[in-house]
Design a protein around this ligand. Structure first.
Ligand SMILES: C[S@@+](CC[C@H](N)C(=O)[O-])C[C@H]1O[C@@H](n2cnc3c(N)ncnc32)[C@H](O)[C@@H]1O
Length: 282
């Protein structure tokens, strides 16, 4: 299985700046590519990941870096429970190469496997969701999270045939162009990816020190929109901007970045990536 190649890591490091002795949350540990770079630059890292399969990599890093590294095997929205402050909080969203390339996880329509698609081992699988959801629920998920045009027809076919494997699902979708968006939509829904992101971002302002940065790398327009709108709210002064006494915004934007052609050639997974960031100004 191919190990995950970190995406936009150079841009993320530039956006955070000097992190020697800084306290950093890596919200999405994955294969530990970002975490390792932060630790090598002298930071202290608290990492989250809800996938138990990353535990071996986390243990290895713990052995190498000792007290400078802590790992929490929970969804990153749990950062809201931390009673502490940090100099940087970094999200590298979506799924890792290890998850998509492991046929048993059911993320890929290129390998036959049970329709699971959970990043963690908790909660309902796609098959469980098909049992619980109505045709209307499924078509809403397909439309909202995958922009799938024949959402109702596919939702009806799902409820009629109740697929339990990736190939059974793939084979009931008539237009091959709809297959990837259907799989993406179901993955987003089963993992509550948008809810997780919104809840975690809500807790970021209180977790950051003044001068602290929040950096997000996104891979599709839905999560990018949540990040963009949230950062816009934080960087817009509240109240009526015609009044002189208007309060200053608490955050400033950091220049957004996308991968270079060279990075995309070396790592095609980077092609849809966008990096956005903010710095807390007071
Ligand atoms: C794109 S990978 C991160 C790769 C990592 N930056 C690296 O360099 O190796 C995303 C990781 O985030 C994890 N993840 C996604 N959503 C999560 C959530 N809400 N809570 C915790 N972990 C999450 C996934 O399990 C996956 O391992």
């Amino acid at each position: 299985m191919i190990k995950h190649i970190p995406v936009l890591l150079g841009s993320v490091m530039d956006a955070i700046g000097d992190i020697h002795a800084a306290r950093v949350i890596d919200a999405t540990f994955g294969a530990g590519g970002y975490t390792r770079a932060f630790l090598n630059a002298g930071a202290n890292v608290l990492a989250f990941d809800r996938d138990p399969n990353v535990l071996d990599d986390a243990k290895q890093i713990k052995q190498e870096f000792g007290a400078r590294f802590e790992f929490i095997a929970r969804p990153f929205s749990a950062m809201a429970e931390l009673n502490d402050t940090f100099d940087a909080i970094v999200f590298d969203l979506g799924i890792s190469s290890m998850q998509i390339d492991n046929p048993e996880r059911g993320f890929s329509f290129r390998a036959d496997a049970p329709l699971d698609m959970r990043m963690s081992e908790n909660g309902p699988t796609v098959v469980d969701m098909f049992e619980q959801w109505t045709v209307a629920d499924i078509s809403r998920v397909l439309r909202d999270y995958g922009d799938v045009r024949p959402a109702v027809a596919i939702a009806n076919a799902i409820k009629r045939k109740m697929p339990t494997t990736t190939f059974e699902l793939r084979d009931l979708i008539h237009n091959p162009r709809d297959v990837a968006p259907v799989f993406q939509a179901l993955r987003i829904a089963v993992n509550d990816e948008m809810g997780e992101l919104s809840r975690a971002l809500d807790s970021v302002p209180n977790l950051l020190n003044v001068g602290g940065r929040c950096i997000c790398v996104t891979f599709h327009s839905l999560e990018d929109r949540i990040v963009k709108n949230t950062f816009r709210d934080w960087t817009t002064a509240p109240g009526d901007s015609h009044l002189p006494q208007v309060a200053a915004a608490r955050f400033e934007l950091i220049r957004a970045r996308t991968p270079t052609i060279q990075e995309i050639t070396q790592n095609p997974r980077a092609r849809s990536a966008h990096m956005r960031g903010v710095v807390k100004s007071y």
